[in-house]
Design a protein around this ligand. Structure first.
Ligand code: PMP
Length: 401
């Protein structure tokens, strides 16, 4: 018999499992609104033109090798990534107070940041919004932190439970870590207003709570890279410390290339240097050094004013298509007279709509309409197009009537 005979079958990942189920469905009508990956109006995955151009210029460069990167990754990529999220004129960057390391997309950045905190920070509790991206609690638990929760979403208003958030973070032990979605909260699509962000900042700073930002959708939410970085920049401007996990999966469409960065904004350049030295000790035994290709693409785009501009145009086009799908879905439900208030579809921002549909309604839509989505009622707006949208509207209508 096998030495592994006692290994039990693990459950499928709740998000990635949706695609597994979708792939098994032979129906030509099937629609995958589970995973958060952008699709064109034709339902196809998209490689940005600017990414193709950058790749072409990399291929044509005879000086390029496939040597190892340093443990911290591509230095230019790190600099440009910090600039992108914190702003070119960020005092933290000018004062050399930011330690940035290239990581394996957003997930890897969260994990490396979590491992660093578990080793070097005095408080283990990390407060995570309810609900949140399903991987958050697992990433931080595996890193050695203690996931705790704070109220975030109010199902009755389908909006922010700001009072609950303030109460829970006011009761968190001093010094606790707080995970914040920089913009386009996943799965709810509900973000604090600028005024609420300012109140959150004051609350965190007054109680010495340590912000850990997760930025997986910069530019993808509003179409503007600067606007989507507002919350983060508010916290950097006060001179305090924070962690930032950045992903280029969505905004550059580099999903499978696994490109991201972890930045730790520190009080002084001296601290930042020491922090970086310790980040290397976290990374070296985990995967030695990060991959070269994706970071080279990003650096090529961010360093060139022309390519950068082209990127912002393509990024805005993706964001705008998603926003127009929100409006079309809302209009379709209005036209059908579907019972209930569906205005949250146009109020929520980013890749997802948190529909408010329950598990049974989701199961019904999958069974009867071949529409695949996570069981919490989250749909990826990026997977919608004018062809499959009527089918979704029919399915929602039938599920609630
Ligand atoms: N954080 C959030 C909130 C996300 O939605 C995602 C992607 N679904 C990630 C992090 C990480 O994604 P990746 O590792 O592909 O960058």
């Amino acid at each position: 018999g096998s030495v592994f005979a006692n290994v039990v079958q693990a459950p499928e990942d709740p998000i990635l499992g949706v695609t597994v189920a979708y792939n098994k469905d032979p129906s030509p009508l099937k629609v995958n609104l589970g995973v958060g990956a952008y699709r064109t109006e034709e339902g196809k995955p998209l490689v940005l033109n600017v990414v193709k151009k950058a790749e072409q210029s990399l291929i044509n460069d005879p000086s390029r090798f496939k040597e190892y990167l340093p443990i911290t990754g591509l230095a230019e990529f790190n600099k440009l990534s910090a600039k992108l999220i914190f702003g070119a004129d960020s005092p933290a960057i000018q004062e050399n107070r930011v330690a940035t390391v290239q990581c394996l997309s957003g997930t890897g950045s969260l994990r490396v940041g979590g491992e660093f905190l578990a080793k070097h920070y005095h408080e283990r509790s990390i407060y995570i919004p309810v609900p949140t991206w399903g991987n958050h609690p697992k990433v931080f638990m595996m890193a050695g932190l203690k996931p705790m929760s704070y109220r975030y979403y109010d199902p009755s208003t389908r909006g922010l439970d700001f009072q609950g958030l303030v109460e829970d973070l006011s009761a968190a032990p001093e010094g606790s870590i707080v995970l914040l979605h920089a913009c386009a909260h996943n799965p709810t699509g509900v973000d604090p207003t600028p005024e609420q962000w300012e109140q959150i900042r004051q609350l965190l700073r007054s109680r010495s709570l340590l912000p850990f930002f997760d930025s997986a959708y910069q530019g993808f939410a509003s179409g503007s890279l600067d606007k989507d970085a507002h919350s983060v920049r508010l916290f950097v401007a006060d001179g305090g410390e924070l962690l930032m996990a950045q992903s280029y999966a969505k905004n550059m469409g580099l999903y499978g290339e696994r490109v991201g960065a972890l930045s730790i904004v520190c009080k002084s350049a001296d601290v930042a240097g020491k922090v970086e030295s310790q980040l290397k000790l976290v990374i070296r035994p985990m995967y030695s050094n990060p991959p070269l290709h994706g970071a080279s693409i990003v650096a090529t785009i961010l360093r060139s004013p022309e390519l950068y501009h082209e990127w912002t145009v393509e990024l805005k086009a993706m964001a705008d298509r998603i926003i127009s799908m929100r409006q079309e879905l809302f209009n379709a439900l209005q036209a059908k007279g579907t019972p209930g208030d569906w205005s949250h579809i146009i109020k929520q921002i980013g890749m997802f709509t948190f529909t408010g549909l329950n598990k049974e309604q989701v199961a019904f839509m999958t069974r009867e309409y071949h529409i695949y989505m996570t069981s919490d009622g989250r749909i990826s707006m990026a997977g919608l197009n004018s062809k499959n949208l009527p089918q979704l509207a029919d399915a929602i209508h039938a599920a609630v009537t």
